[in-house]
Write a protein that binds this ligand. Structure first.
Ligand SMILES: [Zn+2]
Length: 409
């Protein structure tokens, strides 16, 4: 903090007037949002002014995917990059991946952090690194089979897609050598039903990892208890009630806020990640010291809807649908009934009324949420590629709960 306050224009302005940088006064430091960084980059193109050193000091460029606006460009010095490499190596070690492994990286060769983190981390643990960029799925499966790759790093969606291609193209021999699949890039590997699907399809262990370009590789899997551990050796981790600066009580759900301790060049100080996590009231089953997130990353604050005072994620509703065996299209509608109560309606391709009741029961048990399920015939709901378009919020704007960042306990 002392360094960046001296030489980093973005931080100098934000940290002006703050008397101390002792850890006890973390709360005195201002929170940083993605919007803050995006506005700064727009005002100071092309890299923004969150730069502690002269331009020559930087060695790596990464950017966010830009699904919600302009991509954010993040520069790293060689020292910052070595730190990130060590953080990712920890995720691999936690997943049991080491020097004896042949690790396939099923990503394209793009500007996003995940491929490069995985590449560097796998080298750090001494594994044989096999890039699978520039190949279609069948070529990747042939490579996994022919080189007998023992570990695969990819998104959970892609792990399932690859398994599907293997079965449809007669490439099931690719399943045999793979012992571990490390998933990243999106939530999934901490969701029990998704993890079981991946593990079943590949007959391999599936573990989770989380990182983001703005802060680095911040969490590693708990092989004993599932979910993730926050790497508290390298990050100061806070879980705050969304929209506030109040920490959630133990066991509560909130937004993850991270301060990256090993990244000075383009620092992340109390960065609001937008990732929502459930904290655990106790240590993980193996008693690991770092803070445990039993459900990994639960969702994004942007997707969260507040219904009758509860934080609800459309992805959690989808999860219950899939768990009772509904695999077709669905649509979720949030609306206000004439009595001014917020309600949830799920239209889903369901043939039998008992299945609709099973969805209602399960949603109540698992999410504590009362929903109304309306079965529809297959083909009536439009086929969707994007999850966001399956969700409709018809509640009047300004009613309590319609602001996605409204503080809730
Ligand atoms: Zn653990």
């Amino acid at each position: 903090v002392a360094l960046v306050r001296r030489t980093n224009p973005f931080q100098r302005e934000r940290l002006a007037g703050i008397a101390s940088s002792a850890p006890a006064e973390l709360e005195a430091l201002p929170l940083t949002t993605k919007e803050d960084l995006a506005a700064d980059q727009l005002a100071h193109p092309p890299f923004g002014s969150n730069l502690t050193f002269a331009p020559d000091a930087y060695a790596h460029l990464h950017q966010t995917s830009g699904t919600t606006g302009e991509p954010l460009r993040i520069l790293q010095t060689a020292a910052d990059w070595r730190w990130n490499r060590a953080c990712f190596a920890r995720a691999l070690t936690a997943a049991g991946i080491g020097a004896a492994d042949r690790v396939g990286l099923a990503f394209s060769f793009g500007p996003y952090l995940q491929y490069w983190s995985a590449y560097e981390g796998a080298k750090e643990v001494g594994a044989l690194v096999v890039p699978l960029g520039g190949m279609d799925s069948a070529q990747r499966l042939e490579t996994i089979r022919d080189l007998r790759l023992s570990a695969l790093v990819c998104t959970p969606t892609y792990a399932l897609r690859l398994a599907e291609v293997a079965r449809s193209r007669g490439l099931e021999a690719a399943f045999a050598p793979v012992e571990t699949i490390l998933c990243l890039g999106e939530p999934g590997a901490s969701i029990p039903s998704t993890r079981r699907q991946i593990e079943g399809a590949w007959s391999a262990r599936c573990l989770d990892h989380a990182g983001m370009a703005e802060v680095g590789a911040f969490a590693y899997a708990c092989a004993a208890g599932g979910g993730l551990h926050l790497n508290e050796d390298e990050f100061v981790c806070e879980v705050l009630v969304p929209g506030t600066e109040r920490p959630v009580p133990p066991g509560g759900r909130g937004e993850l806020v991270l301060t990256a301790l090993g990244r000075a060049g383009c620092p992340a100080i109390r960065y609001r990640t937008g990732d929502v996590v459930d904290t655990a009231p106790r240590a993980c089953p193996a008693g690991h010291a770092h803070r445990w997130l039993p459900n990994g990353i639960v969702g994004r604050t942007d997707d969260m809807v507040v219904i009758r005072g509860m934080n609800v994620f459309p992805s959690a509703i989808e999860q219950t649908l899939r768990e009772v065996g509904v695999h077709g299209e669905y649509r979720i509608t949030f609306y206000t009934d004439p009595g001014a109560r917020d309600e949830v309606r799920i239209q889903a391709e369901i043939a039998r009324p008992d299945v609709a009741r099973a969805v209602e029961d399960r949603t109540r048990q698992r999410l504590g949420l009362r929903v109304r399920v309306v079965p529809v015939r297959p083909g009536i709901l439009p086929k969707q590629e994007l999850k966001a378009r399956r969700v409709e919020d018809l509640r009047p704007i300004g009613r309590p709960g319609t602001e996605s960042r409204r503080p809730t306990a």
